[in-house]
Design a protein around this ligand. Structure first.
Ligand code: NAD
Ligand code: DAU
Length: 341
């Protein structure tokens, strides 16, 4: 699949722009691309927060609260856009295990609706996906995921992301939609919902609750700062080859136990001051990204290469922004407690 990339887009729709990575991307674009105007389309589910976009001037961004499954709304927005960057999703594995339905609707049907709107209005489409579509690797396997790794998703969440990737590929090949896909590894940084691993443990400690580690704690994730994800997405949106997939990763493999110990140490706690809890069903063992294609073709490099530093600033962000997460904490922990986690 090949294509010729046109000039950099000026009017972009960002779906899911009030969520964790979407909002980091919007802030990145506002700061680094002065000629670009953003329209955020976000349903504001439990994971979306309008506050995530505070401070952005009105002449640079419009906010539309709405559903990516709403074809009439998409018709209106796509008639005035050059490109869409599609972050909106149900994004949490544990939730998908408890109730897969919203994942099918938003991740699969929602992507289909957006592709149809992009096809009709010839809007450039960049699809945000995950390394989880490739399943997992063994702890002792020297291999990492590449763009050629076969799809083998494990969870309801990752299977809906895999389905959405397939729709994007088909709409590119069959209808000529000017699309690219990126599959990124685990993100961390400010404004990540406290249901996710790193912010859950930081906010547990801040609330006097012991952190919770699933299974044997040896599962490995490949961590990247959300700002580095954003710069990679911009490189692909503006210079990537149409029809291509790019893997995004920053060589950040660490076991969950290692990450938790770093959080405990960074917050002045003893290394054993946590609880072991029930493992996630079907828990993927290890993810690891080989991002050679992105680096060679587009010259992308991560800026946040010191994990300890990135983690320290993330801990500081949660410490300083209690009002952002405090209201959700009790309900999140009650839900986990019902699941034995
Ligand atoms: P998030 O859960 O923090 O945010 C998702 C956003 O999408 C929220 O603002 C929510 O309100 C919005 N949304 C959900 N359903 C919607 C709908 N039907 N219509 C409009 N908006 C809707 O998610 P995130 O962690 O920021 O992930 C963003 C994207 O990046 C997802 O596509 C995810 O699969 C992908 N991804 C995430 C990671 C990660 O580590 N978090 C890594 C790789 C890829
Ligand atoms: O790899 C990319 C994916 O990373 C994204 O596609 C997903 O949207 C994103 O949520 C993330 O998925 P994970 O399932 O890897 O992330 P999560 O933060 O839920 O968990 C990270 C690891 O930590 C995982 O091995 C499970 C474990 N864990 C999680 C929680 C919430 C714990 O040990 N304890 C916990 O309390």
């Amino acid at each position: 699949m090949q294509g010729i990339q046109g000039k950099a887009p000026r009017r972009i729709i960002v779906t899911g722009g009030a969520g964790f990575i979407g909002s980091n991307f919007v802030h990145w674009v506002i700061e680094h691309q002065p000629d670009v105007r953003v329209t955020v389309l976000d349903k504001l589910t439990y994971a979306g927060n309008r506050e995530n976009l505070s401070g952005i001037p009105r002449d640079r961004m419009a906010f539309v609260q709405g559903d990516i499954c709403d074809a009439d709304l998409l018709e209106e927005l796509f008639s005035q856009a050059d490109a869409v960057v599609h972050f909106a999703a149900e994004s949490h594995n544990d939730n998908s295990i408890a109730d897969p339905e919203p994942f099918i609707r938003t991740n699969v049907e929602g992507t289909y609706r957006l592709l149809e709107a992009a096809r009709k209005h010839d809007v450039r489409f960049h699809h945000i996906s995950t390394d989880e579509v490739y399943g997992d690797l063994a702890l002792d396997d020297p291999a990492r995921f590449t763009e050629e790794t076969p799809y083998r998703p494990s969870s309801p969440y990752s299977s809906t992301k895999a389905a959405s990737d397939m729709l994007v590929r088909a709409w590119h090949r069959t209808y000529g939609v000017r699309a690219t896909i990126s599959n990124c590894s685990n993100n961390y940084g400010p404004r990540q919902h406290i249901e996710k691993f790193i912010p859950r443990q930081i906010t547990n400690i801040l609330c006097g609750i012991r952190p919770k580690l699933y299974g044997d704690g040896l599962n490995v994730r490949d961590w990247i700062h959300a700002e580095d994800h954003s710069s990679a997405v911009w490189a692909i949106l503006s210079r990537g080859r149409l029809g291509e997939t790019y893997l995004i990763g920053a060589d950040g493999e660490r076991s969950n136990g290692e990450v938790l110990r770093a959080i405990l140490e960074g917050m002045g706690k003893a290394p054993d001051d946590f609880d072991w809890v029930r493992d996630r069903p079907g828990h993927d063992r290890r993810y690891a990204i080989d991002s050679t294609k992105l680096r060679r073709e587009l010259g992308w490099r991560p800026c946040h290469t010191d994990f300890a530093e990135g983690l320290a600033s993330t801990i500081a962000w949660y410490r300083e922004n209690g009002a952002w997460w405090m209201a959700a904490k009790e309900a999140v922990e009650a839900k986990y407690a019902r699941q034995g986690q």
